[in-house]
Design a binder for this molecule. Structure first.
Ligand SMILES: Cc1cc2nc3c(=O)[nH]c(=O)nc-3n(C[C@H](O)[C@H](O)[C@H](O)COP(=O)(O)OP(=O)(O)OC[C@H]3O[C@@H](n4cnc5c(N)ncnc54)[C@H](O)[C@@H]3O)c2cc1C
Length: 508
């Protein structure tokens, strides 16, 4: 009896989640067929049971429905802000043919859907009230026979598995720090990491990709075949052109690196200015991320101060860390340095373990020469005015430049070349600990910080892998001069926008 009550309460909550999510679809896609269906009494979100059975027969990893154990765990996104949008079902794809079955099915059923690999999209674009096409069982990374240094990564593989395989092969790529991010979302949106100044963006290393397009066909895209689609998959952003079932990457030998974490606690504005100026002149072998961390309200009670740190790595280089850090080296309060360690051992030091929480992140690209003392002072002034939530927040500077700038902005869909720093400002919170009012104030603070700092530094653009649902002109910000060509590719492969979400590329 108790079980029955629990079960019906859970179904009620699931139903409420779907209702809220359907309302979200209507808001996001006014006038679309999906919106009309979702606004009705169920429509596209409630296909007959036989349709679910048909789908299950075509998907080798099976289909989960809300009554199945662990359903809510499987569909929980990294950003819990979007965790209430529960799908009607989850298709667990293992093969490209499973993906084709899903594409056929969502079209037959006029069902909204989203594609998910690692589930780390910042803006909830891999959540849906319809069918969640879960790629996470399509995982693996193998060398391509007869092609030295090429590795084929399957469409749903998460970073940790890619890294394990690279380590076994003695190879590496440009990669991030978070183990659970999906390779698909990471690569399709450009992909940044400490190797990018030496090897280029992760998407610069993409040599071919296989994807299921809106008409259900499985397409091989590379420099010679479907080259426009290949161009678009190198930075055009996940979920826009089809469902990628594999990525072929050019890898590099994994050679020893020096890894480090330096921290400063005094005179932070001066140190930050020096870092942003002096590190910008570092050789391409150097990769870094500067973080200024603003304490949570509990930490403020404990008198935890603002902190400034630089995390990164140096490949073999004529310059030493001391040369590169120049005047900030001696000013550091703490220097943790592991010199010349095997590459993947060094990555253990740099790896980031994260857990799902609530957040919004805003980003833009800066050149060092335009970051004035006055702009730095404004950043710290904003930091002091943060309406503190129960989670610390950081503003960060990911060091770009180097090999990234050796390709033209139009050479691939990733347009942001010619900058020194990728700036980000976070808003982080927890529910229900932080009130709705406090969260609204934190988001308003974030927006004003971002607008003011962008104005003062002439910062431009935004990183498509850090999608920001509050960004007004996101098309220009993510894609700049490449937007028109991306819209043409979209028109060629998906004119009816089968693949859609709030910030999806529109067909020309
Ligand atoms: C903790 C954390 C750390 C991060 N670190 C980095 C970093 O170091 N460097 C960096 O560049 N980015 C980083 N990111 C951003 C991350 O790369 C992007 O959010 C990326 O899109 C996530 O990919 P995913 O597969 O995990 O996410 P998902 O939410 O599964 O997918 C992201 C987008 O791609 C689509 N998609 C997913 N799979 C496929 C597929 N197979 N084919 C086509 N479309 C697909 C989804 O529909 C969605 O629109 C980080 C994000 C988080 C949360």
């Amino acid at each position: 009896m108790a079980l029955g009550l629990q079960s019906s309460r859970r179904n009620f909550l699931v139903g409420m989640g779907r209702f809220a999510a359907a309302a979200e679809v209507v808001r996001l896609l006014p006038g679309s067929a999906i919106a009309a269906e979702a606004a009705g009494t169920g429509g596209a979100l409630c296909p007959p049971p036989s349709a679910w059975s048909d789908l299950a027969r075509g998907v080798s990893g099976g289909v989960l429905r809300p009554e199945d154990p662990f359903f809510a765990d499987v569909c929980r996104p990294n950003n819990l802000r979007y965790g209430a949008t529960l799908p009607a079902g989850i298709a667990r794809c293992v093969t490209a043919s499973d993906v084709q079955s899903c594409v056929r099915w969502v079209k037959d059923q006029a069902m909204p859907f989203a594609v998910r690999s690692g589930g780390h999209n910042y803006a909830g674009f891999s959540t849906t009230p319809g069918l969640l096409i879960d790629m996470s069982k399509m995982a693996g990374a193998e060398p391509v026979a007869g092609k030295d240094g090429l590795v084929r990564v399957l469409g749903g593989t998460i970073n940790s598995l890619v890294y394990k395989q690279m380590e076994r092969l003695g190879r590496t790529i440009t990669h991030g720090r978070c183990d659970t991010v999906g390779a698909a979302g990471f690569l399709l949106g450009g992909g940044i990491g400490f190797n990018m100044r030496k090897f280029g963006m992760a998407s610069d290393l993409l040599r071919a990709t296989e994807l299921v397009t809106a008409d259900g066909s499985l397409v091989d895209a590379d420099a010679d075949r479907d080259s426009a689609l290949y161009w678009a998959c190198r930075g055009g952003g996940g979920g826009n052109f089809g469902i990628n079932t594999s990525f072929t990457l050019e890898t590099r030998p994994a050679e020893p690196v020096t890894v480090f974490n330096l921290t400063w606690t005094t005179d932070l504005p001066r140190v930050l200015k020096l870092l942003l100026t002096e590190l910008a002149a570092a050789p391409d072998e150097f990769g870094s991320k500067i973080s200024v961390t603003i304490p949570s309200w509990q930490e403020r009670c404990d008198k935890v101060p603002l902190s400034l740190s630089v995390l990164g790595q140096l490949h073999t280089s004529k310059a030493t860390l001391k040369d590169i850090f120049a005047s900030t080296w001696e000013l550091a309060d703490q220097r943790v340095v592991k010199e010349n360690v095997p590459y993947w051992q060094g990555q253990d030091f740099l790896t980031e373990t994260t857990f799902p929480y609530y957040y919004q992140e805003k980003s833009s690209y800066m050149t060092a020469a335009r970051i004035t003392d006055e702009a730095i002072a404004a950043m710290f002034d904003w930091a002091a005015r943060m309406p503190a939530t129960s989670m610390p927040v950081s503003f960060k500077f990911f060091q770009v430049g180097g090999a990234i700038d050796r390709m033209e902005p139009t050479a691939t869909a990733y347009v942001h070349r010619g900058y020194d720093w990728l700036f980000t400002i976070e808003a982080n919170w927890w529910r229900p600990t932080d009130s709705v009012l406090l969260i609204e104030r934190a988001l308003e603070w974030q927006q004003r910080f971002y607008d003011d700092v962008n104005r003062r530094t002439g910062a431009a653009g935004a990183f498509q892998n850090f999608p920001d649902p509050s960004l007004a002109d996101w098309q220009r910000a993510y894609y700049g001069e490449n937007l028109a060509r991306l819209a043409q590719v979209k028109a060629a492969v998906d004119p009816a926008m089968l693949f859609t979400f709030a910030q999806a590329i529109r067909p020309a």
